[in-house]
Design a protein around this ligand. Structure first.
Ligand SMILES: Nc1ncnc2c1ncn2[C@@H]1O[C@H](COP(=O)(O)OP(=O)(O)OP(=O)(O)O)[C@@H](O)[C@H]1O
Ligand SMILES: [Mg+2]
Length: 440
């Protein structure tokens, strides 16, 4: 959150079986104007009930408790209330438990005794990191015309995925957005990673052609019925590529796109998001309300350009827009800049700009260059087989697979709690009084 913006109030639920500990934490939090304790629970079961009723933003969770332990409760809460970030509070470093807690969906941990400053910064940090999830839920709620509360969560209650949204975009057509999106989605797939690719080019989407899918249904079958979307309907509308990749294709005729509103698109994406680990969006070329909403929903924006002057000029204009837009978090922080159709120095003709000059001109690091190879790319499209599935060790399949790894790692890094002793030490500022728990 930028300086000067009034802080939103962060709703916190405290879970610990020892009444004194709960009370100590509550007192500590009472000093902070932007933190409000909305509930306290003494058991895991009670925590799940209160969390579903009050929908806290942050849950401070003890591990060892009677009836339901903190890890089981973390799993239940992370699934039922996606906007709730669970912070584990453990007695001492218990690496085994912590790992289990992280796998159950916890976003961070604190070790007793906890310093007040560390508690506040952790709460604020996990809250800020959950902004994209809050945006998604708000979009779904807005599109459904009601809040996505405990009484009505047709899709979220069946959530199973990590819900990372990646949008692939270029302000200029024909530069390789669909090539990157299809390959990225295919490369992110693993036996334990569920991926969904959504074609957001409503009028002239061609993801189905790239993947050789003969589709009977399309995204229009969901946008028409946003208030009735459930998992079964989504499953029926999605196509499955031979590789196992799930795909939501664009309408087969441009006129079917006329009535699709931005709100309906947001609702559909938000409904699909909790069911998948990665959701890759092939975004349309224009800069309008829909693309802006897609950027807001995304954790990463893969901005694709080619090394030509028109593409670089348009990219520059877009980067200026990203720099100036501040909602919800600075959009420019999410950008992964990719240069497609690059050629080596020998083959470079007039009108092709070297990658280094582009990076310098745009003041934006090129995360990855994908070489030009007309034949290989066209063959892959004609066969409907992504390059990363067929030729992962050869350019340009190699670079496309690298892009997927780069994104996976950077998204995972965002989620990881500090690992090393130095990072821990940095967080708990020296000299701060240990406030509760004593030696644990
Ligand atoms: N690295 C590459 N080398 C050679 N050809 C490529 C490369 N990347 C993409 N292409 C080709 O460029 C053309 C445009 O690619 P693609 O359809 O992915 O771009 P796009 O940005 O999605 O276009 P549109 O604006 O039409 O949606 C396609 O014919 C594709 O085969
Ligand atoms: Mg395209």
């Amino acid at each position: 959150m930028s300086a000067g913006t009034p802080r939103e109030v962060i709703k916190v639920l405290i879970v610990d079986d020892i009444p004194d500990t709960r009370e100590n934490i509550r007192k500590l939090l009472a000093f902070e104007a932007d933190i409000q304790v909305v509930g306290m629970a003494g058991t895991g079961r009670e925590a799940v009930k209160i969390a579903t009723d009050t929908r806290p933003d942050v849950v401070l969770m003890d591990i060892n408790m009677p009836d339901m332990d903190g890890i089981t409760a973390t799993k239940a809460i992370s699934t039922a209330v996606r906007t709730a970030a669970v912070v584990i509070i453990s007695v001492q470093s218990e690496p085994g438990y912590l790992r289990q807690a992280m796998l159950a969906g916890a976003r961070d941990y604190l070790t007793k005794p906890i310093a007040s400053e560390e508690l506040y910064t952790t709460i604020r940090r996990v809250y800020e990191r959950n902004e994209p999830i809050r945006q998604q839920e708000a979009s779904l709620g807005a599109a459904l015309g009601r809040p996505l509360d405990a009484a009505h969560k047709p899709v979220a209650e069946q959530a199973t995925g990590a819900g990372h949204v990646i949008v692939v975009y270029s302000p200029q057509g024909g530069v390789g957005v669909t090539t990157v999106a299809t390959n990225l989605a295919a490369a992110l797939m693993r036996p334990d990673t569920r991926v969904l690719l959504i074609d957001c080019n409503l009028q002239f989407g061609d993801v189905d052609a790239f993947l050789n899918l003969q589709s009977q249904s399309s995204i229009a079958d969901l946008t028409k019925v946003v208030s009735d979307i459930d998992r079964e309907l989504i499953d029926n509308v999605l196509m499955t590529h031979g590789s196992g990749l799930r795909v939501l294709v664009a309408p087969s005729h441009p006129e079917h796109a006329y009535d699709i509103t931005t709100e309906a698109m947001q609702a559909v994406i938000a409904a699909c998001t909790p069911l998948y680990d990665y959701i890759v969006l092939d975004a349309p070329v224009q800069y309008d309300d829909l693309t802006l909403k897609l950027f807001e929903m995304a954790e990463r924006i893969v901005l694709v350009a080619v090394p030509t002057i028109p593409s670089v000029r348009n990219t520059r204009k877009m980067l200026e827009i990203f720099d100036n837009l501040e909602k919800p978090a600075k959009l420019s922080d999410k950008i992964v800049f990719v240069l497609n159709r690059t050629v080596n120095e020998k083959e470079r003709g007039r009108g092709t700009v070297p990658a280094e000059s582009i990076a310098a001109h745009l003041k934006k690091e090129v995360a990855l260059s994908i070489p030009l190879d007309e034949r290989t790319v066209l063959t892959s499209v004609n066969q409907g087989v992504p390059l990363v599935a067929k030729q992962k060790s050869r350019s340009p399949g190699k670079e496309l697979a690298e892009l997927a790894e780069l994104l996976r790692k950077s998204i995972e890094a965002d989620e990881e709690p500090p690992q090393t002793a130095e990072q821990q030490a940095q967080r708990s500022k020296s000299g701060l009084r240990a406030l509760f728990g004593g030696t644990g």
